[in-house]
Design a protein around this ligand. Sequence first.
Ligand code: SF4
Length: 470
Amino acid sequence: LVAARSYSGNNVVPLIVLALRALQHRGQEAWGIAIPGRKPFRRRGLVSEYPVNVAKVVTNYRSDVAIGHVRYSTVGPISLENAQPVDIASAFCIAHNGTISNADEIANFVQDEFGISSSASDTTIAGYRLLQHLRKEKSDWFSAFEKLGRELDGAYCFIFITRSGEIYAARDDKGFRPLCLGYHEESDSYIICSESVALSVLSAKFIRDVMPGEIIRLGKDGIQSCLFSQRERHSHCAFEYTYFAHPSSIIEGISVYNARKELGKVLAEMYDVKGDIVIPVPDSARPAALGFSEKTGIPTEEGLMKDRYGRKGGLRSFIQPLQSERIEVNKWVVPVEHAVKGKNVVIIDDSIVRGTSSSMMVKLLRKVGAKRITLLVTYPPITHPCFMGIDFPTHNELIVNRVAKDAENLDEINWKVARTIGVDYLGYNSVDGLYKGIGLGKNELCTTCATGDYSCLRAKPEYTLRMRKV
Ligand code: SF4
């Protein structure tokens, strides 16, 4: 997500495009931008994939106020129709990061009035519900959003742009997904974006995180903010820190890079393993491998390299929507024979979900002559699906549930998963180790996918997967 408003009349669309490129790691399926009074511009694929689209948008969509989005879907079909921003009855456009876990319930309020299709995304449904509240609240956005916030369950960061050129940005009161505010001096623009990496790329100043439960207005007359809900306990997604977010970002005052390095050190304290070299699974495990290496003194080597020259080499496999695409992306990881041949290797990975990509890496390393292979993982065993913005597979597809369902402790999970993946030893982080590495406690982090504690939601949804709503 990104939104920008220039207070000196500068065209912010080039800034939006650059920011979307910086946020591409958060979504690879589609992208779009919206300015007041025009249908949003939306395309499938990466921002940089077709430069002609970028040229078109920069030339034809000039505005001092704009929003943008890169899509990573967790519910609903993968189609251009569900790309964002979404136009809501020409009143405003909406873009969303997260998952509304009770979207089916909310749909009952809006389906008849607006004739929304049953395949509509949670974002579209939330947008129309907000429109109903706005009509009742005489276009008072703060009151209307307060009402919407009371109804929605799940994770959301929203940005809106109205027909008259106002921007609103809201973050749910648990703070599952990140959102921050910055200032770009050169264009005199305030910018709201999912991660501070976008501000760094624009050479803009990071001001602060948008608070959980806060709605901010970037209006013609300046910035206004209001807390629509407040909670004692927050649920910042632990998976953002280990995998999802860019390492250069700062979330809740914590450097993602430092958190990952610390997680590597936590693994070094938990597991007394021997090895000749440490290698990261590219790219998100690199800082953790450095931390592990620093703590143990085992040198780091680049034993697995992503081939970035191939069209799919630069993509992230986990956030690809289909399993066949995830496997295809993993094929662009190449082992470096001279780094690993005849060596006892310690691989550091950020997480294991289905186990498919880990097995592929291990086979590659065995093929080029790695001797003993140890795999250490910065995220604890993932045992439960996420309904708050990350597309994990169903309960039964998660490797821990498939092969270590009845395990009584972490050691047993470790050796059962090790046997399936084909490594000599495997060590997962623990939930306490996760808190320690990230530096946030139980009252601040969500770890539901590792604990099965869904108390961060009002109700656990019944659907199991994006296409399989019951
Ligand atoms: S369940 Fe896991 S992936 Fe989902 S928000 Fe919580 S920590 Fe993040």
